[in-house]
Design a protein around this ligand. Structure first.
Ligand code: 5GP
Ligand code: ZN
Length: 115
């Protein structure tokens, strides 16, 4: 399936739901998370519908590589200079809420670590 009409992130890809975009090309879209867990929090998704990491095969290796490598580029562009996290939640026990594969990339100051 390349597009799931019932999928929230497919609707974002199609422009049916607005998002604050950080990057877009023919394969991937990056946009800011609506409920950020960090000062800078972007979601990097494939444009094609893939439900989760549980559905990924070696055929998606290049796509996953592209998504992963986009993280540091975006963090730099968004002014993150002191480190960031890549997170992918998979399935119910992995805390996945939206079943369209997405890579969380989070950066910015972490004041709770001070002291
Ligand atoms: P998950 O728990 O599936 O790994 O993460 C889903 C993420 O999608 C959450 O961090 C949530 O805030 C974000 N999210 C859910 N709905 C929307 C939306 O409509 N727009 C944006 N930009 N982010 C969303
Ligand atoms: Zn989708």
């Amino acid at each position: 399936m390349t597009h799931d009409p019932n999928c929230l992130f497919c609707k974002i890809v199609a422009g049916q739901i607005p998002s604050k975009k950080a990057y877009e090309d023919e394969d991937v879209l990056a946009f800011h998370d609506i409920h950020p867990w960090a000062p800078v929090h972007v979601l990097i998704i494939p444009k094609r519908h893939i439900a989760s990491m549980a559905d990924v095969t070696e055929a998606e290796a290049a796509l996953l590589g592209k998504m992963t490598a986009l993280g540091p580029k975006l963090m730099k562009e968004l002014g993150v200079t002191n480190g960031f996290r890549h997170v992918i939640n998979t399935g119910p026990d992995g805390g996945q809420e939206v079943y369209h594969l997405h890579l969380h990339v989070m950066g910015g100051p972490r004041p709770w670590l001070k002291g």
